[in-house]
Write a protein that binds this ligand. Structure first.
Ligand SMILES: C[S@@+](CC[C@H](N)C(=O)[O-])C[C@H]1O[C@@H](n2cnc3c(N)ncnc32)[C@H](O)[C@@H]1O
Length: 220
């Protein structure tokens, strides 16, 4: 994991190139019709075949487009059938603006599956003093408070705390409808669209999932 300073330097240096790359893609190559499923932030291991994968990390991971998700998304309006994002939005400084972009790019009736660290579970497990639910990532921590802090802020990589009610509020404000909570790894309400995504997820505690997953629809 890059240090916070190294990441800031990377985004400062590479930001203008990523912006140009996204802009060029959107106006020269982005599809205007056909099936389009977009995976935002696949990271090092989660590239999905058959999806269009977008990430700022094109160096240690694989993606189809090198672009910065803090910018407007490099797709035409009303063109995506599905958009998938797993443990990404908590890294972004302006989630409402990002969700408005996701909404813009989806076709009417298109679906967004969004996932991130589950603040509700973390708060419950902290209150229950269940230290084992938390991990030593990214810092080795012994106290439950330190492990809780690991989970919530992840060495200051995470800029917010995602709870079910807050994510619902953000999605509703962006215009989404038909919001449905899903169990990570095993559940989707749109299997034709998201079946390949499930195998990229992981979960060791179905009762208190580490990941909060919601599917939301752009009204037709
Ligand atoms: C914690 S990783 C999650 C990777 C993968 N989705 C998973 O669940 O394992 C976050 C991913 O989001 C990407 N990311 C974070 N901020 C980004 C940004 N501003 N633009 C593009 N990608 C970004 C990172 O490069 C990284 O691949």
């Amino acid at each position: 994991m890059l240090s916070r300073n190294a990441k800031a330097a990377f985004y400062a240096l590479a930001g203008p190139f990523m912006k140009l790359n996204g802009f060029r893609y959107r106006w020269l190559r982005a599809p205007r019709d056909g099936l389009l499923r977009i995976h935002l932030g696949p990271g090092q291991k989660n590239y999905i075949d058959g999806w269009f994968n977008v990430d700022a990390n094109a160096f240690t991971g694989k993606c189809d487009l090198w672009a910065d998700l803090r910018n407007p998304l490099p797709f035409h309006s009303d063109t995506a059938d599905a958009i998938y994002s797993h443990h990404v939005i908590e890294h972004l400084p302006d989630i409402p603006a990002h969700l408005r972009e996701v909404f813009r790019c989806l076709k009417p009736g298109g679906v967004y599956r969004v996932a991130g660290p589950n603040g509700d579970s973390a708060i419950a497990k902290f209150t229950q003093k269940d230290s084992a639910w938390f991990t030593d990532f990214p810092e080795r921590r012994i106290s439950i408070g330190g492990r809780f802090e690991n989970f919530i802020f992840c060495r200051r990589e995470h800029l917010t705390i995602l709870t079910h009610s807050y994510l619902d509020e953000l999605l509703t404000n962006a215009g989404f409808d038909d919001l449905r909570l899903c169990q990570p790894l095993v559940q989707t309400h749109h299997p034709i669209l998201f079946k390949e995504c499930l195998s990229k997820e992981s979960e060791s505690d179905p009762a208190y999932p580490h990941t909060l997953v919601i599917e939301a629809v752009k009204p037709a």
